[in-house]
Structure formats: structure tokens, C-alpha cells
Design a protein around this ligand. Structure first.
Ligand SMILES: Nc1ncnc2c1ncn2[C@@H]1O[C@H](COP(=O)(O)OP(=O)(O)OP(=O)(O)O)[C@@H](O)[C@H]1O
Ligand SMILES: [Mg+2]
Length: 586
């Protein structure tokens, strides 16, 4: 803070109707004594000053004969920026205002003016003065006749007091300015802090949500894994019975069982999709092509009352995404079905795909996002929208607002899992009564050639006479595989662990053509390691892995190769036979 410039002011105004008084005061104040350093130090002693008073203070004195004339001078002085420090005002000044009236006028114009009221006798008792003007610190009463020293001291003391008042005011103004500056800085810091706290709590909420989804996902994966084994057995035996039983009633019951088991299978698939434990068969996909090919299916799913607007670029214009086509289609169809349900009276569905560059700012907004080039698939409907209290739950498995039997609540859970398993994320915007927009983001992959397409599911089932080693720790699944394969002519040897399998293999190394092994075996050597060690012994050994979920492969993009393929549980007898034949024939 700058110290204020010293602002001395020696302007004095005398207001008195008696010219003699003017002369007296002038004489006293302009006499040699007024500038006498001895007097100055006397004054300093009186005021308790430590620094010497300005040397040779010479008062500049003006006069006025009446109160109103004095008021005019004070006003001019204030207006010109050179106010008086002090006024000597006579108490009685007929015919004009008396001293009291005059001083109250003067203070209206210049509240800082120091005033000495000069009075010959008690014109007004002290109480009356105080009653009229209050206890003012800017006023002193001086009794006539004056004592010269007293007049001089008053002049020095009161002009100095005026200066000190000025200085205090300047310092206060500085201080005020500083306080304002600091307050503004604090407010800015506060605002920033508030902003950061808000951002942090959003991030925390997103993280909490992600953890919750992770926990539910693990639970779902566990359930799905066990169900896969159970369903594999049910479906396998169903196909065995339906082929052998000639009795019509049994056949139709078996058909019912198969349908239910297949429904359960698709439910388990959704659960697995949610828990991101599905076996991925990723290929470089062009979303322009994926969406165009899906158009016809979508039109059938949505019905006449909904218009579909596919805003896609022709094939070859978008960068590719390494993704599992079947899962991508499943995700988009799930979103489209939800959109349909949100538009019972009709509306429109817009699906688009475009390339976007995600920057750091976007990642700060959404902790699930990643920087870099992405394909953004947008699915927009003009339906009823999602209420704010529903929105935080829509991705939870089994969360549905639909009537019993109408929705399982697995649609969005599986979309969520599918997108996450492809290293992407989802954003949702919804406005009640206006509609909902889902955006799925997938990282763009380096261009690659397309892999050969996988099996045709309709090829006829054929058997063979090759020898197959079946390794599976779950007895019912193992028995089923062995049964089915034997029925179709294969030689089968079975093992319930990798170690047992290695023993068997050693004994029959010449005969065994194919290893059919579970991927995960508790406590044992995993299927992949078993396969590798057996293939070292016999390089042309074919391998099929059976797997309930891709715990080992999650996110690693397992690509099936020529002599190693994946078989996702649950599978039917036919599927197993087709796969075995296909791989043996390679
Ligand atoms: N496009 C949408 N418009 C309005 N609400 C939606 C939309 N998509 C999802 N929802 C809400 O989210 C809930 C969960 O959706 P989700 O797809 O997971 O399950 P579902 O559609 O109820 O059942 P399922 O898909 O398993 O048959 C829905 O019940 C609905 O309340
Ligand atoms: Mg749904």
C-alpha cells in the first residue's frame, strides 16, 4: 500500500461581524511567532507529536463578515478543490445567522471543516450546543477575550488534525481498495473450488456407478457360467431324445423343452454380454456397411408406424472398428427395440455413424471416455424420454419399467457390456416428452484385411471315424459330448483333467486327431496350455476349446486360427458335430 502524500492545509477562514477581531486573529496567526520553531515544538509537545511540525507554517487567512458570506467562501473553496482546514466563527453576528446556525450550514457543505466558535459569554449553554449539533469532534469553543497563545495553538492543532483526518481517510480508502481486491480474488478462488468440487463429485458418482456395474457383472458372470453348463446338458440330451424317440407326444414335449432352453440360452447370452465375458470374434467392421445391412431387420422389428432414417456413409468412407459383428448388431437392435417401445404411437428413429476425435476436455467430462479417433454410433428416438429418477438405473441388469412379461431389463445391460468389452463407452441424453439419444463410441482400429467368415449354421450334420480326446471337468458336459460324438461314429477317449489328458495322449498319440477341451479347469492346467503342449508332440493335432465365457480372453480379441477354434457354451449336439467336422476337414 502506498502511503498517502502529506497534505498540509493552512487555509483559515474568519467569520465575524467585527472587523477588529479579524485584525486581531490575523495578527496573531501571521506574527513571527506563528512561524517560530520554538512555538512549533511547543505545539508538537501539546499534540504529543513525534515528528516535527512543518517548519514555518504560514497560515493563509480569508475573512467573511457574515455567516452566509462565509458559507459562500467555504463552498467555493470546496468546489475549487482547496478547502479550508479551519474556520473561526463568532457566536453573535447580527443581523445575520448566529454562530450555531452558520456552523450547521458550513458542515453541510464541508463536513471536515474544523471550527472554533468564538464567544464573549455563555450565549448558549454547552447542553444547548450539544443538543443542536451533537458532540462534534470538529468543534472547539474559544472564550473571548482571546489568549494569543491559545489562538495560535488552536490554529496549529486543528489544521494538523485536519491533515491527519485526511491521511486516515486516504489510508482507509487504500485499505478498502485492498480488501476489495482480496475479496474478489477470494471469490474467484471460491468459485473455482466450488467448480472443482462439483466436477469431483460427478466423477465420484460415475466411478461408484462403474464399480457397481462391475460387481453386478461378476455376479451375472458366475450365474451365467453355471447356467451354460446346465443348458448345454439340457440342449444336448434334448437333441439326442428328439432324434431317437418315435413317440409323437414325447417329440412335442421335447420341442417345448428345446424352445425354453433356447430362450434361457439367449438370456444367458445377454447376461454374459453385460458382464463382458462373451467370447469375442472381432473383425474390422465398417459401420456404414453394418448399419445398411441392418436396415431391413430394423424395419421389420420396428413396424410401419415408425420411420427409420439411416444416416450412414457408403461403405469405405468410415474408418474401421475391430468388433464382433453379431454383438454390434445385437446392441443396435436392443436400442432400436427400446426406441420402438418408447414410441407406441409412432415417431422416428435416426441411426447414424460418424468419425469423431475425442479430446482431453471430453475425457474430463466423462471418466469412461478415451482420447483419440472413434466411431460414434448414434441412435435417436422421438419417444417419451427417460425420467431423471430412472436414468441412473437403465444399464442395471433386470432393471425394467415395462410390464411383467414385456421386458427382462437385460437389453441395455447387454449393450453396456458389449460396448465396454469393445473398449468403448455409452452416453445418453434424454428429454421427457421429446425423446432419447444413445451414443456408442468405439475406438477406430488400424486397417486390416477381413478374416474369413465363420461357420454356416445350416450345414448338414455329419459324423466321422476319427479319434477325439474330450477333456472337461464337468461330468455332465463331458458325458454329453462323449455320447454325441460316439453316436456319430467317432472314437472318443475322455479325461477330467489336463494331467489325465496328457497321460492318455501319450498312450494314443498316433490315433488322436482332435482335442476337445474346456478352457478353464479348476486347479488344473488351462485348456490353452494343454493344447500347446500336446501340439508340440503332435503339430497337426486339431483343437476345439469349449468355453462358458471368455474370462481368459476378455478384451484380448481372441482370433480363431486354422487349427484352434472356440466353441461357446451352451451348444447343441448338432453345433458340436458341425464344428468337429469342420475343423477335422480343414
Ligand atoms: N429409448 C428409450 N426411451 C425411453 N426409455 C427407455 C429407452 N431405452 C430404455 N429405456 C428405459 O430403460 C429401461 C431398461 O431398458 P432395457 O432395454 O435394459 O430393458 P427393457 O427394455 O425394459 O427390457 P428388455 O430389453 O430386456 O426386453 C426400460 O425399461 C425403459 O424404462
Ligand atoms: Mg430393452
Amino acid at each position: 500500500m502506498n502511503s498517502p502524500p502529506e497534505k498540509t492545509n493552512h487555509r483559515i477562514l474568519i467569520i465575524d461581524d467585527n472587523p477588529a477581531i479579524h485584525d486581531d486573529i490575523r495578527k496573531i496567526l501571521t506574527s513571527a511567532e506563528a512561524r517560530n520553531p520554538a512555538l512549533e515544538s511547543a505545539k508538537a509537545a501539546v499534540l504529543g507529536e513525534t515528528s516535527p511540525a512543518p517548519e514555518g507554517a504560514s497560515f493563509r487567512i480569508d475573512s467573511a463578515a457574515q455567516g452566509d458570506e462565509g458559507l459562500e467562501k467555504v463552498r467555493q473553496a470546496v468546489e475549487s478543490g482547496r478547502p479550508y482546514a479551519l474556520a473561526f466563527v463568532d457566536m453573535r453576528m447580527p443581523p445575520g445567522w448566529d454562530g450555531m446556525t452558520t456552523l450547521s450550514h458550513l458542515w453541510k457543505v464541508d463536513p471536515d471543516l474544523q471550527i472554533v466558535i468564538c464567544t464573549a459569554y455563555s450565549d448558549y449553554p454547552w447542553e444547548e450546543i450539544v443538543g443542536k449539533i451533537g458532540k462534534s469532534a470538529n468543534m472547539v469553543i474559544l472564550k473571548k477575550p482571546f489568549d494569543n497563545i491559545e489562538v495560535l495553538q488552536l490554529a496549529h492543532a486543528l489544521t494538523e488534525k485536519w491533515r491527519l483526518n485526511e491521511e486516515v481517510r486516504a489510508r482507509l480508502a487504500d485499505l478498502d481498495h485492498l480488501v476489495r481486491q482480496r475479496t474478489a480474488a477470494l471469490e474467484t478462488a471460491n468459485e473455482q473450488l466450488r467448480h472443482e468440487i462439483e466436477e469431483r463429485s460427478l466423477m465420484e458418482e460415475a466411478l461408484r456407478q462403474a464399480h457397481k456395474m462391475e460387481a453386478v457383472g461378476q455376479l451375472a458372470a458366475g450365474v451365467a457360467h453355471d447356467f451354460n453348463n446346465i443348458l448345454t446338458v439340457i440342449l444336448g440330451h434334448v437333441s439326442l431324445i428328439s432324434e431317437t424317440s418315435g413317440i409323437e407326444e414325447i417329440r412335442s414335449s421335447v420341442l417345448e423343452i428345446r424352445e425354453s432352453a433356447e430362450r434361457a440360452t439367449s438370456l444367458v447370452r445377454q447376461l454374459l454380454a453385460f458382464s463382458r465375458k462373451q467370447v469375442l470374434q472381432p473383425l474390422p467392421l465398417d459401420f456404414g456397411e453394418v448399419l445398411t445391412n441392418l436396415g431391413e431387420v430394423l424395419r421389420r422389428v420396428l413396424g410401419e408406424h415408425i420411420t427409420i432414417d439411416l444416416q450412414v456413409q457408403p461403405r469405405g468412407h468410415l474408418p474401421l472398428v475391430n468388433a464382433d459383428l453379431r454383438l454390434m448388431e445385437q446392441a443396435i437392435i436392443n436400442l432400436a427395440v427400446n426406441a420402438r417401445d418408447a414410441m407406441p404411437l409412432g415417431g422416428s428413429l435416426v441411426i447414424s455413424a460418424r468419425e469423431v476425435e475425442i479430446d482431453v476436455g471430453a475425457v474430463q467430462q466423462n471418466p469412461e471416455a478415451h482420447t483419440g479417433r472413434h466411431i460414434c454410433v448414434r441412435v435417436l428416438d422421438t419417444g417419451g424420454g427417460i425420467p431423471a429418477e430412472v436414468l441412473p438405473h437403465i444399464f442395471e441388469p433386470f432393471f425394467t419399467t415395462k410390464d411383467p412379461g414385456k421386458g427382462t431389463g437385460l437389453g441395455l445391460a447387454s449393450v453396456y457390456g458389449i460396448v465396454k468389452q469393445h473398449s468403448g463407452w455409452i452416453e445418453v441424453q434424454s428429454e421427457l416428452g421429446r425423446g432419447t439419444t444413445f451414443r456408442l463410441f468405439f475406438p477406430v482400429c488400424a486397417p486390416e484385411s477381413k478374416d474369413e467368415s465363420t461357420s454356416s449354421e445350416t450345414s448338414p450334420v455329419a459324423g466321422g471315424n476319427e479319434t477325439i480326446l474330450v477333456v472337461e471337468d464337468e461330468p455332465s458336459v463331458r458325458r454329453l459330448a462323449v455320447d454325441v460324438l460316439r453316436r456319430y461314429g467317432y472314437q472318443v477317449c475322455e479325461a477330467e483333467s489336463s494331467l489325465q489328458a496328457i497321460d492318455l495322449f501319450k498312450q494314443r498319440i498316433q490315433e488322436i486327431d482332435l482335442l476337445l477341451t474346456d478352457m478353464v479347469m479348476p486347479g488344473g492346467v488351462p485348456g490353452t496350455e494343454l493344447a500347446s503342449s500336446l501340439q508340440e508332440e503332435k503339430p497337426n493335432l486339431k483343437v476345439i476349446y469349449m468355453t462358458g465365457y471368455s474370462r481368459n480372453f476378455a478384451g484380448t480379441d481372441f482370433v480363431p486360427s486354422g487349427d484352434r477354434v472356440l466353441m461357446a457354451k451352451p451348444f447343441s449336439g448338432q453345433e458340436l458335430l458341425r464344428m468337429v467336422r469342420r475343423i477335422l476337414d480343414r
